[in-house]
Design a protein around this ligand. Structure first.
Ligand code: DC
Length: 222
């Protein structure tokens, strides 16, 4: 059997990773892995304040969690203990909880194992913060997306509005800025581009333009 194809998309919150990763996965007829959702679901399951527990307690709790992935492109379904993840994990507050638990070595070890297990049998477009640097360093094609903070907050604002949720742009700029700083500055697996990642600034580019650029790079790499 051929080795699964792995494409990685890393970058900060609100940079357009999910939209692009889903679309790219659909174009290539492979699965889309949203590792941010895995951290969000973990934080949601462990609960508020779990980041202050002892590593032993956290490891024990993580022992009862199991992720699985099915489907392709936008129809990819990520499940935790057999149940598909829900929209409850999509608030900025749960995003911050996810960023808090993501600093803990026990959580990162657990996620690394779960994500690599999925990638061993399934071709993926995997999006997150450390896909190209830590989880899939041998990926066939790596991208690092970035955009100005204000533009990323504006996109998240529109996304939340579309979902019918309350959103305050200034508050989002503050929250996303704080979360980014925490993700970039943590000692384990910080948000940073892999040395061999293709850098894409999405501040001014429209989504179709960025998508076309990613497809062209993937096709040249394979
Ligand atoms: O992509 P997102 O906004 O859903 O991610 C939520 C948080 O999860 C993010 O702020 C940091 C953490 N995360 C991580 O540390 N590593 C990943 N590969 C993905 C997400």
């Amino acid at each position: 059997m051929a080795e699964p194809l792995i494409i990685t998309l890393d970058g900060p919150a609100g940079v357009g990773k999910s939209t692009l990763a889903k679309r790219l996965a659909g174009h290539l007829s492979i699965a889309y892995l949203d590792t941010g959702a895995m951290f969000r679901a973990t934080a949601w399951k462990l609960g508020e304040g779990s980041w202050d527990w002892s590593e032993d307690k956290i490891r024990e709790e993580l022992g009862s969690l199991s992720f699985s992935l099915s489907g392709q492109g936008a129809d990819s379904v990520l499940s935790l203990n057999g149940s598909p993840l829900t929209e409850d994990i999509r608030t900025e507050q749960v995003g911050m909880w996810a960023s808090n638990v993501a600093r803990i070595t026990a959580v990162r070890d657990f996620q690394k194992k779960a994500q690599r297990e999925i990638g061993m049998t399934t071709s993926l477009v995997a999006e997150g913060r450390d896909m190209g640097t830590v989880i899939f360093p041998d990926a066939g094609c790596k991208f690092f997306l970035d955009a100005a903070l204000e533009e990323r907050a504006r996109r998240r604002f529109l996304q939340l509005q579309e979902m019918g949720r309350e959103a305050d742009l200034d508050e989002l700029i503050k929250q996303i800025g704080e979360r980014d700083a925490q993700d970039r500055n943590r000692p384990v697996a910080p948000l940073k581009p892999a040395k061999d990642a293709i850098m894409v600034d999405t501040t001014k580019l429209d989504i179709d333009g960025v998508f076309a650029k990613l497809v062209e790079k993937v096709e040249t790499a394979s």
